[in-house]
Each structure stands twice: as structure tokens, then as C-alpha cells.
Design a protein around this ligand. Structure first.
Ligand code: DAH
Length: 328
């Protein structure tokens, strides 16, 4: 080292320290200036030994200062590199930016749609703000019928003679569809429904149902059993599926049943209601009940998803909890 050019050396050392990208680079710089045998500063300090007292006084403190400046520059850089990992390497692939994805219920709805389309069902939509007529009257639930209490209702405005509400089930889509189409047909309608009730692990004010309807000349509950078993077999792929009906009451079907499912050796689980469309419902849409008949069903989509994925509480779907959302 030429100790006559100390500033040049300092600048060079600092440049090299600053551009070191990792600890190996930095170690090389350290060796170059401070290495015990070949380090430039080390050698210069050794040269001091052969100098006169005056020269020692002149150069000694300066060299010691330079040595300690370089040491602290190196350890400062070491810390920077440690914090950042390897400092900006422009050839690395960029960090993935997190983007959102469809919620579990939407994903399940898509899957349900595909399964039924595969069985030649059409997928129909209906409004979430519904008229009393479609949600109740045409489904054989007149105004003072006690069965209305089966559905706790969010009532909305009355406009003229029309009373509006948030639909309490997807069954009104049956009426809307039949009013505008001639049988035979088979449809499903998945969608959001609303209930004015207290929430707990199995109840939400806002949830989803899957409605189904098949009308033809000789459709029976046996056809329904086949269709619904086939659906469960595909939706719960890999499990053995048993289906049983228990007799039940819904105003828009006769007979009405509850549908239970048994997956592998687990216990029987209730999945929803179904039955043969009531003649009053067929008449409400001007079908001749002596000519046309069919089955209808309504299942809870949250229920299906909870069973399939082991979700313990239906409120989790609406919670916005990222840990839950990111799992699916
Ligand atoms: N709409 C009924 C409910 O929300 C479920 C249901 C039962 C739908 C029987 C149907 C059916 O189509 O046939 O409780």
C-alpha cells in the first residue's frame, strides 16, 4: 500500500464493501485490506516498524483509524446483508403477490352445478328479493296458514298489492320457472336465502340452498332416489353413500320426505327436504296435475359443505376469517 494515497485506498475499500452482495464477497474484501498476511492495511502497519519516530507519529494514528473505519464499515454491511438475506438479486423470481379466490360456498356451488349439468339438469337463477306470492302463496302456503311459521321472514316494503321479502328459501324459483316453461324439464337452482332468526353453529340469517325440480309424465320418488343418490355419490366422491327417506311435511309437496345420507360407516345425517310436487302448486302455474307430476327438493349448501370438508360451525363461512378462507 502506498500510504501516500490514503484517501484513494479508503474510497476503494468503501466501494467494495458497499457493493458486496453476500458474506462471501464481504469476506474477500476483509482479506484484501485486513487479512493477517496479505491485507493492505496490515502490511502498511508492519512497514511502520521500520520507520523513524517522526514518521510513526505521522502515519500511525491515521493507519489505525483507517483500519477501524474499514472494520466498522464491514460489520455494518454484514448486518445489512443479514437483514435483507442476499441483497437484491434481480435474477430471482419475484415474490408472489397474494390474490383472492372464490369462497368455499361458491366453489361448492360450481361443483354442484357441474354434477347436475352432467345429469342433464339446467341451472336457473332467481331473485333474492322476492314477492310474497312466489315465496309463499303459490307454494301452497296461504297468508294465514300456520306453516308460514316454518320460515322466519325478513319482510320488506309493500308496494301497491305486492308484498316484498328476502326469500326464505329457493323454492320460489320453481314457481317462476314453471310459469314460463312447459314440461317436461329438470332444473336446479342454487342460491342465497335469508332467515330472521338467532344464529348458532347450525343456523345463519344468510345461507345457501340448492333447489331441484323435475316435471314429466311419469316421474316418481324412485326417479328422485336415483338422481339424488347419484348426486351424493359424485359430490362425496370416494365414500360409499346410502340414502333414506323419512316421511315429513312441507306444504308444496305430497308426500313430503326428509332426505338422510349415510357416508361410509358414519351416522345418518339429515340433508334437506323433498317430495312429489303438490297438485295445488301445479295448478297455481296452470299445469294439469292429472297430466304432469314430478319431484322437488331443497338442500342446505352449507350443510353439504360442512359434511364434505368437516367444517364445524356454519358461521365460519361468513366470518371473513383469513385462516379459514385460505384453507380452501
Ligand atoms: N324450501 C324448504 C325449506 O327451505 C326445503 C324444501 C323441502 C324444498 C321440500 C323442496 C321440497 O323443494 O320439496 O325448508
Amino acid at each position: 500500500m502506498n500510504i501516500m494515497e490514503p484517501e484513494g485506498i479508503k474510497k476503494q475499500a468503501y466501494d467494495e464493501i458497499e457493493t458486496a452482495l453476500n458474506s462471501a464477497d464481504l469476506e474477500a474484501v476483509r482479506l484484501k485490506y485486513l487479512g493477517r498476511k496479505q491485507g493492505k492495511i496490515t502490511l502498511a502497519l508492519k512497514e511502520l516498524a521500520g520507520m523513524s519516530v517522526d514518521e510513526k507519529r505521522k502515519n500511525g494514528p491515521f493507519l489505525q483509524q483507517l483500519k477501524s473505519d474499514i472494520e466498522s464499515a464491514i460489520s455494518f454491511r454484514e448486518k445489512e446483508i443479514g437483514e435483507k438475506g442476499a441483497v437484491i438479486d434481480v435474477t430471482l423470481p419475484p415474490k408472489k403477490i397474494e390474490v383472492g379466490h372464490l369462497g368455499l360456498i361458491t366453489q361448492a356451488e360450481d361443483e354442484i352445478r357441474r354434477i347436475f349439468e352432467g345429469m342433464n339438469f339446467s341451472v336457473i337463477d332467481g331473485p333474492e328479493i322476492e314477492e310474497e306470492k312466489y315465496n309463499f302463496d303459490s307454494l301452497n302456503i296461504p297468508a294465514d296458514h300456520p306453516a308460514r311459521e316454518m320460515w322466519d321472514t325478513f319482510w320488506l316494503k309493500t308496494e301497491g298489492k305486492k308484498k316484498y321479502l328476502l326469500r326464505t328459501h329457493t323454492s320460489p324459483v320453481q314457481i317462476r320457472y314453471m310459469e314460463r316453461h312447459e314440461p317436461p324439464f329438470q332444473i336446479i337452482s342454487p342460491g342465497r336465502v335469508f332467515r330472521y332468526e338467532a344464529t348458532d353453529a347450525t343456523h345463519e340469517t344468510n345461507f345457501h340452498q340448492l333447489e331441484g325440480l323435475m316435471i314429466g309424465k311419469d316421474i316418481s320418488l324412485a326417479n328422485f332416489k336415483f338422481v339424488i343418490e347419484e348426486f351424493f355419490r359424485r359430490f362425496f366422491a370416494g365414500k360409499t353413500v346410502k340414502v333414506r327417506f323419512r316421511s315429513s311435511y312441507f306444504p308444496f309437496v305430497e308426500p313430503g320426505v326428509e332426505v338422510d345420507v349415510k357416508l361410509d360407516n358414519a351416522k345418518w345425517l339429515e340433508m334437506g327436504g323433498a317430495g312429489m310436487v303438490h297438485p295445488n302448486v301445479l295448478e297455481a302455474v296452470k299445469y294439469d296435475p292429472r297430466e304432469w307430476q314430478g319431484f322437488a327438493f331443497g338442500f342446505g349448501i352449507e350443510r353439504l359443505v360442512m359434511v364434505k370438508y368437516g367444517v364445524p360451525d356454519t358461521r365460519m363461512f361468513m366470518s371473513g376469517d383469513l385462516k379459514f378462507i385460505k384453507k380452501f
